[in-house]
Design a protein around this ligand. Structure first.
Ligand SMILES: [Zn+2]
Length: 677
């Protein structure tokens, strides 16, 4: 004990003494060192800020280059970190943390009966089984092809003993939410916020497998015997032909039919298909006539005729192969770094998303941090609200609607309280026991998913929360909800001990960005309740469009490596960037007083709060991505390329030019500025 204490003291003494050079290997993106004093943390962070800057560049010419120009050479970044972005590195660190957690289990612990009811331990068991078996896909192939995938035979033996095995029966016999002959999808309706039944035509799956993939498949499945291989391939070819015929027989309606199940059956009494039996088999008689149905199908007569004439063993084999392909997609999950462990981590996270949350929250985002970010969010929201009063281009009626939308906006940071309780997830996973057999485990989990889906029709569900372990945030128009994940509220973007300016310019800007999405060029169409209802007066809407078109032409002018930014594609996020930064800036001022701008909170860094605000904002978007990924981003991403996100936003802010003394007419202080909100 005494030794430990001594060692710590020495380390602290060393790092605080200016006579001793700081270790060059100190990596900013390693888990945060255990600083004993807030000052040390800030000194460390200040060093990082300086290390990525290129101060030989005029900040009024290209502020992104000024703030991020030395990212690729920063001594505080490892080689790996230099090739990615701030958020990219945070994500990698989180992924490593999750991996370490999943791996932290001995064989004995995995077999321990005391762990058998814990969802967290089930995740670890699942992960371990994946690492053991994922390389051997032939075991999965044998499992799927060797099993009896007939949920009626297994679960409702009594009832279905005498059931006639027609194509409808076969369509719904699988345990795994695969109903491919005439699909029924359980579909989340964002406007009704409930699951409904979606009827649409059969889709292609086997036909999408090309020759090379098919060869890989037989190899993966360990079908080596020449005769068996031939049989597999010829059967696959026949089923593919069947699928081509099947998918040609249905036309989709021009107008979608939307009604209650009872009404649907009534209206389609004359159809060749007996819809009553169709739903009876699908739901084993538990369906309600009040359930919502969305029908995309034109007449199904031809399809039904075709299915009635096809031999049942062909239909059965087709369903089985669709199941096989569904699992194959999961089995061969790949990740960028390509290690088996990382692939198994990704799959485990998919199936045990919530089960890992209580642990993850404890480790990364306690109540103090959540409250801190929520307080920031409140400041920014209040600021936005007050600013709405100042826009003369908005008439009073629309202004009042905008205020209602902003006030009703739900801002969720990290997690809701119920996600911290292990016993809730233990209950959710109670009937899903994990074994050493990974393929069996997947079957168990998929069976359960399909069952839950079948029970979810017409049920209102809690908002589908994005994985909070992701270094990202979002705004959902149909819930009027902004979500700030735990993954993004992390060092070095955010730290609870940061001075206010780094909080407002960092995570505060992210909050403002997501909030602003509620008022961007697409989502402005949704009202306070997330419904697509027009709440704009004609005049205000005209003004709004004129304002954001200014931004569109501004961004159209940004060219990277000969490729032009698409100002329309990136419009929503450019608005969000511009508004987010402005709101965060104003919120800081509103909260700290305008005198605070002149103070210098970071020792050893000769920048005042005002300058630091813009530096921090810009440095959130530093990236060391290579040209190929920059190019693919600029062509297809809804966000502008990072450099343009920074330049575009700051060149519209007179406050920025004021902070860095940029003369009117310089690149960062153009005469024409675009302001939407
Ligand atoms: Zn966005």
């Amino acid at each position: 004990m005494a030794y430990t204490l001594l060692a710590t003291l020495i380390l602290v003494a060393l790092s605080r003494s200016s006579a001793v050079p700081k270790p060059a290997s100190l990596d900013l993106f390693a888990p945060l060192p255990d600083f004993k004093h807030k000052e040390e943390l800030l000194e460390h962070y200040g060093d990082f800020m300086l290390s990525t800057m290129n101060r030989s560049v005029d900040p009024c010419e290209n502020f992104y280059e000024y703030a991020c120009g030395s990212w690729k050479e920063s001594k505080m970044l490892t080689e790996k970190a230099r090739n990615t972005s701030v958020l990219g590195v945070i994500q990698e660190r989180i992924n490593d943390q999750i991996l370490a957690f999943l791996q932290n289990a001995t064989q004995e612990q995995l077999q321990d009966k005391n762990h058998s009811t814990s969802a967290e331990w089930k995740a670890k068991q699942f992960f371990a089984s994946c690492v053991q078996m994922k390389a051997n896909l032939s075991l999965g192939y044998e499992k799927i092809m060797g099993q009896q995938d007939d949920r009626y035979a297994v679960e409702w033996k009594q009832h279905y003993q005498n059931a006639s095995q027609d194509w409808i029966y076969l369509n719904f016999m699988s345990h795994y939410d695969v109903y491919p002959l005439l699909p029924m999808r359980l579909h989340y309706n964002t406007s009704g916020r409930k699951f409904d039944i979606l009827l649409s035509g059969p889709s292609k799956a086997l036909a999408n497998v090309n020759e090379e993939q098919l060869q890989n498949m037989t190899r993966d499945f360990g079908i080596i015997d020449e005769q068996k291989r031939k049989d597999f391939l010829s059967n696959f070819a026949n089923l593919t032909q069947f699928e081509r015929n099947l998918t040609q027989l249905v036309k989709h309606r021009n107008d979608t039919e939307q009604m209650k199940l009872g009404e649907f059956i009534n209206r389609h009494k004359e159809d060749r298909l007996n819809w009553t039996r169709y739903f009876d088999v699908a739901f084993n008689g538990t369906q309600r006539s009040s359930w919502p149905v969305i029908n995309l199908l034109e007449d199904v007569g031809e399809l039904v005729h075709f299915l009635e004439r096809t031999e049942l063993n062909v239909l059965r084999s087709y369903v089985q192969h669709r199941v096989l392909i569904k699992f194959y997609e999961v089995w061969k999950t790949k990740t960028r770094n390509g290690t088996l462990a990382s692939e198994c981590r990704v799959i485990t996270e998919t199936y045990f998303n919530y089960a890992l949350l209580p642990w993850f929250i404890e480790e990364n985002f306690d109540k103090e941090r959540r409250a801190d970010v929520l307080t920031l969010a409140k400041h920014i929201k209040d600021t936005f609200y007050d600013l709405l009063d100042q826009y003369s281009w908005l008439d009073d009626e629309t202004r009042s609607e905008a205020k209602t939308k902003l006030t009703s906006m739900d801002i969720l940071v990290g997690y809701s309280d119920d996600l911290q309780h292990r016993e809730i997830f233990d209950a959710v996973y109670s009937n899903q026991n994990m074994t050493n057999d990974w393929y069996e485990n997947l079957v168990t989990l998929e069976k359960n998913r399909a069952k839950v889906k079948l029970r979810s029709v017409d049920k209102a569900l809690i908002p589908q929360v994005q994985m909070t372990r992701i270094a990202n945030a979002y705004y959902a128009g149909y819930f009027n909800q902004a979500f700030i994940a735990i993954g993004i509220s992390q060092w070095p973007l955010y730290h609870v001990d940061f001075p206010a300016v780094l909080k407002f310019a960092g995570i505060g800007n992210i909050v403002g960005h997501e909030m602003a999405h509620g008022f961007d060029s697409t989502l402005y169409q949704y009202n306070y309740d997330g419904k697509k209802v027009n709440w704009w007066s004609a005049a205000s809407l005209r003004n709004f469009k004129e304002r954001y078109r200014c931004l569109e032409s501004q961004y159209n002018k940004y060219i990277l490596l000969g490729v032009q930014t698409n100002g329309t594609l990136t419009s929503g996020d450019n608005i969000a960037d511009n508004v987010g930064a402005r709101m965060a800036y104003r919120a800081y001022e509103r909260n700290m007083g305008s005198k605070a701008w002149q103070m210098k909170p970071l020792q050893g860094i000769d920048y005042n709060n005002k300058q630091l605000f813009f530096l921090k904002f810009a440095q959130s978007w530093c990236t060391g991505a290579d040209n190929a990924s920059k190019l693919s981003k600029i062509k297809s991403d809804e966000h502008a390329y990072e450099e343009f996100r920074v330049i575009g936003t700051l060149s519209n802010m007179p406050e920025f030019s004021d902070a860095f003394n940029c003369k009117l007419g310089t690149d960062m202080n153009p005469l024409k500025k675009c302001v939407v909100w």
